[in-house]
Design a binder for this molecule. Structure first.
Ligand code: 8ID
Ligand code: ZN
Length: 364
């Protein structure tokens, strides 16, 4: 039976601290709208995006109060009455992603670019349009025992993946998988990953390695160095101790520069040298989300014919593919398992940049 209240991590006011509340309401199955489902969560990853949301880092504000989280895995325990053509049924194990819901009928959704429906997301704050919703940002997310989600957007979890191990594929995994597709890098190419030791980064190293790319990992500290080397990085550069980051990347990429850089660091400094270390015709993929101008020299961007591409999570099919690759054993989330009540300390670790890989929270 479904309780009326649950434990949830709540940000009462953006910019303030989180509170663990034991009496947070659960939406009753009778109140679910057509297309909505209730998911009883067992695990959720913690993404740096959740920290940006809590701090109010971005130009679009999240809801207030906020339950963050968008890498959730759990079981469908209720489906809204009059839901037509649901691809999932009661008892299915599903994942909740950053894009909670979208209309599926507009120009962008028809092209499989549903996460990029930026206009409705912005408009939803100005005009109350409900077309696109973001888990843990415009609707309550997965830092709770139950989450309301949407039958057309939850993602089935492959049977052989355990829930804790699958959680972070739903944001970190699919995001870097899509970013690597957008990089146009091919087997044998050099790809730089600034932020390689973090949540997105350690998965980017693995997807890149599985694609036959030669990975140049940039991050800091012995723990992250050990992790990325274990996961297939060919070269390692510590951005805090190197005296010549551009020179180091060029030396590590055959003396010519790298074919692509997937920047997954949460700090603008990681973007500043990318155009300088890319080879002519190289691709800079913009993924990490500091709210800051993109630093790149215009002259060299033109003279080297550099492409700069923004890459935003992935669509429903990208998520299925990213999970399938994990299910085949080619990619594995390296995580520390903690409890929902540890979220405050997890945020402190992310803020300091001392978390190698991911933290996954148990919420049941
Ligand atoms: O769809 C998207 N584009 C998307 C999806 C999910 C997350 C974007 N993001 C964004 C997050 O909002 C965040 O801004 O990607 C960024 C990274 O998220 P994360 O992987 O969850 O964060 P993390 O685990 O803290 O890892 C960040 C790593 O960057 C390193 C840190 O040491 C850490 O390991 N780093 C930093 I901060 N500055 C660096 C620099 N100058 C750096 N590494 C190299 N060079
Ligand atoms: Zn995320």
């Amino acid at each position: 039976s479904i309780p009326n209240v649950q434990t949830a991590a709540v940000v009462p006011k953006v910019g303030g601290d989180i509170e663990i509340r034991k009496q947070y309401p659960v939406k009753s199955p009778k109140e679910l709208k057509p297309g909505e489902c209730l998911v009883k969560l067992s695990h959720t990853g913690v993404c740096h995006t959740d920290l940006h949301a809590k701090k109010g880092d971005w130009p679009i504000p999240p809801i207030n109060p906020l339950v963050g989280g968008h890498e959730g895995v759990g079981e469908v325990v209720a489906i809204g009455e009059n839901t037509a053509n649901s691809p999932v049924k009661l008892g299915d194990r599903v994942g909740i992603k950053w894009l909670a819901n979208s209309c599926l009928d507009c120009e962008f959704c028809r092209q499989g670019a549903e996460p990029s429906k930026l206009t409705p997301i912005v408009l939803s704050h100005l005009f109350d349009c409900v077309n696109a919703q973001l888990s843990g940002y415009t609707v309550d997310g997965t830092f709770a025992q139950y989450a309301v989600s949407f039958v057309h957007h939850v993602t089935p979890i492959p049977a052989n993946l355990d829930s804790a191990g699958a959680a972070s594929i739903l944001c970190a995994g699919v995001t870097v998988y899509k970013a690597l597709k957008n990089s146009e890098a091919r087997v044998g190419n050099y790809v730089v990953i600034p932020g390689a030791g973090g949540g997105l980064g350690h998965l980017a190293v693995q997807y890149a390695h599985a694609m036959g790319l030669r990975v140049i990992a940039i991050d800091t500290g012995a723990d992250k160095e050990k992790l990325v080397k274990k996961l297939g990085a060919e070269s390692w550069i510590d951005f805090k101790t190197t005296k010549d980051l551009v020179g180091d990347v060029i030396a590590a990429s055959g003396g010519v520069g790298a074919h692509a850089s997937i920047v997954v660091a949460a700090h603008p400094s990681a973007y500043e040298q990318a155009v300088d270390y890319l080879r002519p015709t190289g691709v800079l993929v913009v993924v990490g989300l500091p709210n800051a101008p993109l630093g790149a020299n215009v002259f060299w961007t033109v003279f080297k014919s550099i492409k700069i591409v923004g890459s935003y999570v992935g669509n429903r099919q990208d998520a299925i593919e990213a999970l399938d690759i994990a299910s085949a054993g080619k990619v594995k989330v390296e995580y520390a398992l903690k409890d929902l009540s540890d979220l405050k300390e997890v945020y402190e670790g992310l803020e300091k940049g001392i978390v190698p890989g991911r933290v996954v929270l148990s919420v049941h």
